[in-house]
Design a protein around this ligand. Sequence first.
Ligand code: HEM
Ligand SMILES: *[C@@H]1O[C@H](CO)[C@@H](O)[C@H](O)[C@H]1NC(C)=O
Ligand SMILES: *[C@@H]1O[C@H](CO)[C@@H](O)[C@H](O)[C@H]1NC(C)=O
Ligand SMILES: *[C@@H]1O[C@H](CO)[C@@H](O)[C@H](O)[C@H]1NC(C)=O
Length: 257
Amino acid sequence: MAVSMIPLFLLPILLAGFRPSLAQTCLSDTFSSNRLFSSCNTLQYLGAAVHWNYHPDNATIDVAYRAPISSNGWVAWALNPTGQGMMGAQALFAFSGSDGVVRVYPTAISTLTPDVKDGNLSFKVYSKSGELSNGVMTIFATLELPGNRTTVNQVWQAGPLSNGSPSQHSTTGDNIKSSGSIDLLSGSVSGGGSNSRQRRKNTHGVLNAVSWGCLDAYWSHHSKIHEGFADPALVLSPCCLSTLSIYCRSCWMGHWS
Ligand code: HEM
Ligand SMILES: *[C@@H]1O[C@H](CO)[C@@H](O)[C@H](O)[C@H]1NC(C)=O
Ligand SMILES: *[C@@H]1O[C@H](CO)[C@@H](O)[C@H](O)[C@H]1NC(C)=O
Ligand SMILES: *[C@@H]1O[C@H](CO)[C@@H](O)[C@H](O)[C@H]1NC(C)=O
């Protein structure tokens, strides 16, 4: 009731204020070239998130891994088809070269001192690219899903460059916790993940923005409550208002990005 009396022209102000509180889930991530991912997971360590589309027909996944990167650093995301943690990880390293061009180097890790170069993994990498923006790196890749298994072990990491090449990351704290399994179908994770989401494929523009609006608002509200930061607007909002607001927000984010 009260909410329906908020004049529409105030929505922009309200929304601008709420964007930051939503930005902490992977759901608010947007990508260049209108890339869309049907699932995402906000990882618990290293400020990272992973987004993906699974294609059962050809057992491939399109992945976007996004994480903060230090100015002279690297980030990496890996599937580990044969074990857990670093050993056996089939990693995609990303870092900025001295020429400012982003490199994405697939490197299979079989020792604690891997030779990081543009190599081959134990499964096919159909495409790879990286984008660095405001200290945040996004790795895009299309990968063959080894054995078409939909529960896989993932590992992620960040470290420094030495003479332009990735060198050893910290071996304490969050840097040794950053691994776990992920169910690509349900989106659920164990170890180092949270905010798991499975979204429906976004194929119908506005209608989807509407349904997404509901889900996004619901989940944000839900997770904020658990973190003790209940967002009053989302608590008050009937779904339609959230829907409208998220839709508007998406429009603007589209304009801004
Ligand atoms: C230049 C490359 C790298 C070097 C030199 C390096 C070195 C190391 C060393 C020395 C340890 C400690 C091992 C121990 O104390 O038992 C370690 C642990 C670890 N590394 Fe790396 N690492 C590299 C790249 C990576 C990458 C790319 C990932 C993930 C994508 C990763 C993930 C981990 C994890 C999760 C651990 C904790 C132990 C485990 O779960 O295996 N590392 N690394
Ligand atoms: C896998 O299938 C999807 C559609 O299901 C398609 O868009 C994609 O291009 C295919 N990928 C490869 C590497 O063949
Ligand atoms: C991958 O597994 C799914 C079921 O989980 C199946 O429907 C699909 O046909 C499989 N794809 C390939 C390429 O084997
Ligand atoms: C990667 O594999 C291809 C063949 O699949 C081969 O031509 C190429 O030399 C390999 N690259 C490295 C760095 O091993």
